[in-house]
Design a binder for this molecule. Structure first.
Ligand code: FMN
Length: 314
């Protein structure tokens, strides 16, 4: 068998789109513990069973491996900040979160779209993780939509739907579509050289063409490397109504991108805004830098000068 590269394997596993959960329990002192997990799966209806896979590297691993009860909170589309909080090494996860104890004493997070109180059924050793099976003792769910996760990035179907609707509406009145990219790699952003100025990579299309696919093709050709086009970052009509711009978040699928003279990766924290070619790009990049720091993503929908920022993260 050929040697499997764990990083590449993780990237390939990451292609499977999932929701996001926060799994919680209390340790023997009654301290609440929790971590973000997308390894959740339903298992059985009779008896009611689910599973989640805690890594052996978790600081709370012993508590989860030996717990009697735990709780799975399925996060809503606007709970990206909660996901980041329960995946991050800094900050007090529960201090900053609205929660209460469930019937078994495990933390139930407010605003989750589905909530499962579980009694541990068994755990199965599985390499660098365990498979923790729980019997559902109580559950509830709401009509809200969930937070999605794919290829290392969050998405919200609700926001994508809104953006797609707007794209269709604006396409009817526009002559052309400008599809652009926020291509981020290791805290750097791809910017193209335009004389002394810098601009976001973009292509101009006829309105009927699929901006998503053609942008992906353009960037892959430019960088000689495959890329993943993620969620929409901004969609707006130009003041003269002649064009619609749609900007996507994009990531490199691997580290093989080739340098080229047309553009370069610039550290996100040190982008010189006065070198950015247009006002609208400068405004977008400013928002991108802020969101990069906070980890909360939004989508801008509107015109060049007026629009709404929709939260993906709460
Ligand atoms: C979207 C997402 C899904 C994750 N899924 C899992 C998972 O299924 N199992 C796991 O052990 N860690 C998973 N993690 C990583 C943990 O959340 C992270 O390592 C953990 O919170 C670190 O906790 P610690 O600092 O207490 O060790 C995931 C992280 C994210 C952002």
């Amino acid at each position: 068998m050929s040697k499997i590269d764990p990083i590449e394997l993780r990237n390939a596993f990451g292609k499977f789109m999932t929701g996001v959960t926060v799994v919680t329990t209390k340790d023997t002192n009654g301290t609440p513990l929790g971590f973000t997990a997308n390894s959740f799966s339903s298992v059985s209806l009779e008896p009611p069973l689910l599973l989640v896979c805690p890594a052996k590297s978790l600081s709370s691993f012993d508590a989860f491996a030996n717990c009697d009860y735990f709780h799975v909170n399925v996060l809503a589309h606007d709970q990206q900040a909660v996901s980041n909080r329960f995946a991050s090494k800094t900050g007090d996860r529960f201090e900053e979160t609205d929660w209460q104890a469930d019937a078994n004493g495990s933390p139930k997070i407010a605003g989750a779209i589905a909530s499962f109180s579980c009694k541990r059924d068994r755990s199965i050793d599985a390499g660098d993780h365990i498979i923790l099976l729980g019997e559902v003792t109580h559950f509830d769910s709401s009509d809200d939509t969930g937070l999605g996760y794919s290829a290392g990035g969050y998405f919200s179907l609700e926001m994508e739907r809104k953006a797609a609707e707007l794209e269709n509406q604006t396409n009817e009145s526009s002559n052309k579509v400008i599809a652009g990219a926020f291509l981020e790699h290791e805290d750097q952003l791809l910017l193209m050289h335009h004389g002394d100025q810098l601009q976001l990579p973009q292509i101009e299309l006829d309105d009927e063409q699929a901006s998503f696919d053609l942008l992906k093709e353009h960037l892959s050709d430019l960088l000689k490397c495959s890329v993943s086009v993620g969620s929409v970052f901004s969609i707006f009509e130009h003041e003269n109504q002649a064009a619609t711009s749609i900007y996507y978040r994009v990531s490199l699928d691997n580290d093989d991108a080739q340098a080229n003279s047309h553009g370069a990766l610039y550290p996100i924290k040190a982008i010189e805004l006065d070198r950015i070619a247009t006002d609208s790009s400068r405004t977008m990049i400013r928002r991108y830098v802020t969101e990069h720091e906070s980890g909360n993503h939004t989508i801008y929908v509107g015109s060049e000068s007026q629009g709404k920022i929709h939260k993906v993260g709460g």
